[in-house]
Design a protein around this ligand. Sequence first.
Ligand code: GUN
Length: 302
Amino acid sequence: MTAKLIKGTEIREQILEEIASEVAQIKGKHGVVPGLVTILIGENPASVSYVTLKIKTAHRLGFKEVQDSQPENISEEDLLALIDKYNNDESINGILVQLPLPKHIDEKKVLNAIDPDKDVDGFHPVNVGRLMIGGDEVKFPPCTPAGIQEMIVRAGVETSGAEVVVVGRSNIVGKPIANMMLQKGEGANSTVTVVHTRTKDLADHCKRADILIVAAGVPGLVKPEWIKPGACVIDVGVNRVGEKVSEKTGKTIAILRGDVDFDEAKQIAGSITPVPGGVGPMTITMLMLNTMKSLKYKLGEN
Ligand code: GUN
């Protein structure tokens, strides 16, 4: 049996349509649209391509979108002043500072400077705390974990009482998705185990998983024999393992590989996300959703 493919590209289109129609409604009723600023420091090629896509998507949805590109050598003080400017800009509902930052800038200071009510990445400690409490407290779930949960729900996978194993303990994916899956509520109520580089018997834990979420950043880490037959496998890894020339455009593009051996895993899993085209497209989609939510909170529409 071959696993059902959970395609982020398709789910993205459904959600973007839902957002676009809400944007039109809000605009009609209140005369305003969501405003998103993305702050890009330097010219890291991966960051440039992510930010370009974020801005393009915001534009497509009818948001006000601002791309604020700053040189690699911007001082920490100037960056903090820039964030403060957008904190005080009424037309901006979401502020995103693309990570990673240059070494001379303290990431913690930068993330803490963003107004928690405009922190659409969900990285500010206030929003991390709200996520931990769960329920109505949550304002901005971080985008990649929110996308993962949305995919699991829309794929019709039962989460209540399911054994969820999360591979990886990053602040951006592993820790928040583990926390989200154990909360009370739809798409959650799971029994969660988090495994990481110091875990003994990684394979044994994975073999128990009804839902296996892999965010380790190690290409091909999860072997097919680690997958329980019929399990839902979410591969968050987007590893650049080489380059090739695109047949369509003639441009050089990255060869991407996930953390799971996809071709063999799909013979065992019940459902699985591809790389690319799985979790990746969901992150930007959830960023758009958070930005719209931010405006709705402000308007008292939630
Ligand atoms: N760099 C890689 N992923 C992300 C993300 O989700 N948000 C931000 N701000 N930077 C990133």
